[in-house]
Write a protein that binds this ligand. Structure first.
Ligand code: APR
Length: 266
């Protein structure tokens, strides 16, 4: 099948679906100027030391929360550049296309690994932020979340009213996925009849297990569609039913426009 044939098939399946969801990764935000992690110019691709430090961040929080906060707030290193890029980023046509698919009643949920908040800013309302968000802090002890307004650099780490130590509401490597987020994502994977997977290398678990959860524990009629710059393990292992190669910022708007026409009876 050509890319156009695959887009036509995706449009037809989405228009006829009853519970389509999208899973997204950093690839959907690269066209907003935010680097991904493992693509050719990814943060980890270019700076293996930054990746190694990221693997230690959760243990640093557990062992020395004050140092964790000082380092996160200092914005040093490649990860600091990543956080800096987040501040100026705007939603791109890929994010807006998924918001449009939700607006016309086709897309029921977006489950994103991204912490940039761009799906919400593009207008998507049903968003599960599987790895959290840079806009909030969270108490691992009781799960409560709030904004950064309570964080004062001279008084670190911030404490929760329950007495727990607060951290960025960003899931670090080796950190458990918050239960409420995990439960919602699993539920959506089991009830969806279309899973549109956009801009992820699908190598980080447990997120990367969601397509298999859908395939093996979900609806028998499930169709898994992948939109990505390059094939992933999901493509190569046949978890994906078909793979549309290219840029999310180009493919998703074409799909959304065609679905909108069908839903409008044009
Ligand atoms: N259109 C389509 N695909 C793209 C685009 C684009 N414009 N830009 C990049 N990609 C692809 C890359 O080729 C790559 O396959 O998106 C994928 C991004 O993969 P990663 O960089 O690994 O990002 P992601 O899958 O989200 O990483 C998962 O790893 O470091 C952790 O917590 C971090 O949430 C992140 C997780």
């Amino acid at each position: 099948m050509t890319v156009q044939d695959e887009i036509t098939r995706a449009v037809s399946e989405l228009a006829g679906s009853s519970h389509a969801i999208a899973l997204t990764g950093a690839g959907i935000s690269t066209e907003s100027g935010i680097p991904d992690y493992r693509g050719p110019k990814g943060v980890w691709t270019l700076d293996k030391q930054a990746e190694a430090k990221a693997y230690e961040r959760y243990e640093m929080f557990l062992g020395n929360p004050r140092h964790y906060w000082e380092e996160m707030l200092s914005g040093q290193g490649a990860h600091g550049a990543f956080y800096a890029a987040l501040r100026y980023a705007q939603p791109n046509p890929g994010h807006r296309a998924l918001a449009e698919l939700e607006r016309v009643g086709v897309l029921k949920h977006v489950i994103t690994q991204n912490i940039d908040g761009l799906h919400r800013r593009a207008g998507s309302r049903n968003v599960v932020e599987y790895h959290g968000s840079v806009d909030r802090i969270r108490c691992p002890a009781c799960g409560s979340r709030r904004g950064f307004e309570s964080v004062t650099p001279g008084n670190l780490p911030p404490y929760c009213t329950c007495g727990g130590v607060m951290k960025y509401d960003v899931v670090h490597f080796k950190e458990p996925i918050p239960f409420d987020v995990m439960e919602e994502a699993e539920h959506q994977a089991r009830v969806c009849d279309i899973m549109l997977i956009c801009g992820t290398s699908a190598v980080v678990y447990p997120f990367a297990a969601l397509p298999r959860t859908a395939k093996l524990g979900g609806k028998s009629t499930i169709s898994i569609i992948e939109v990505n710059a390059e094939p992933t393990p999901l493509t190569l292992e046949g978890v994906t039913d078909y793979f549309i190669q290219g840029k999310t910022g180009e493919i998703l708007p074409e799909i959304a426009a065609a679905v909108r026409k069908i839903k409008a009876g044009e």
